[in-house]
Design a protein around this ligand. Sequence first.
Ligand SMILES: C[S@@+](CC[C@H](N)C(=O)[O-])C[C@H]1O[C@@H](n2cnc3c(N)ncnc32)[C@H](O)[C@@H]1O
Length: 269
Amino acid sequence: MADHDRLSPFATNENSFDRVAFLQTVASLSIYKQEALRQFERNLPNGAMILDAGIGTGIDLPALERMVGSRGRVIGVDTNQELLDVAQQLCLQENLTRVSLYDADIHDLPFPDDTFGGVRIDRALQHIVDPQRAIEESYRVLKREGTIEICDPDWELLSISHPDSQLTARIIEYKREQNIQNGHIARATPTLLQAGFNEISTIVIEDTFTSPEQVKAFLYLDKLLDDMVRMDVLTQKEADEWLKQFDQQNVGNNVLCSFTTAITVGKKQ
Ligand SMILES: C[S@@+](CC[C@H](N)C(=O)[O-])C[C@H]1O[C@@H](n2cnc3c(N)ncnc32)[C@H](O)[C@@H]1O
């Protein structure tokens, strides 16, 4: 395994990362999800059986159960047991009786061919070993004319205001190239879908943050800088100085960070 694989927190079960808190923060700060769920619903027949692959804390499950209606079903899968437990708890709390969860890998789904009316993969392709294989699996389990929806950040478009623009560019490049398994996947997805899907469309949603605390939480910046120091691509002094300057911008929340998520949908031919 390459060193950068170990640093991609959703590609491993590494313990030092609080995935639950992180996913809850991202969900509370970002706006792309509402649009992603709207797009998916628009493309689904009522009463469909749908798959959410890489559910995380299950944050989307209540909306998905509502959208399939009383005749539909929602299946959720993930490979991280801690997250599956949190999602299961959410199903109990919200009385989601039409949701079933499985410990299963997107690369090798334990479902028969032509099972689902819709499959969505929300911010998981960026972390997995073989996105093309995951798309082929999604194709296999989808019914004809079933809808696929894939959401991932476009890490090429991340920007963070900071007086030291060169060091900031190095940090962003490290995030995209080393800390995320597939930092370019948002741009590759429409092309990957061309094998087997039609009516492919992509929209992009930009989240902007103006508070350093939000940016730190959203990008897990402290951990990112620690990783860079550990990997000897940044000195501790550079990391401390960069953070100090970043925090000093906090006069009236005048940081500007923009973060773009691509939402791609298509239909199985
Ligand atoms: C960034 S999280 C997104 C979670 C959720 N979709 C959301 O939007 O909040 C990525 C999720 O993909 C899961 N994951 C990573 N590799 C996977 C795989 N091979 N099969 C299934 N799930 C996987 C992770 O455990 C994690 O829950």
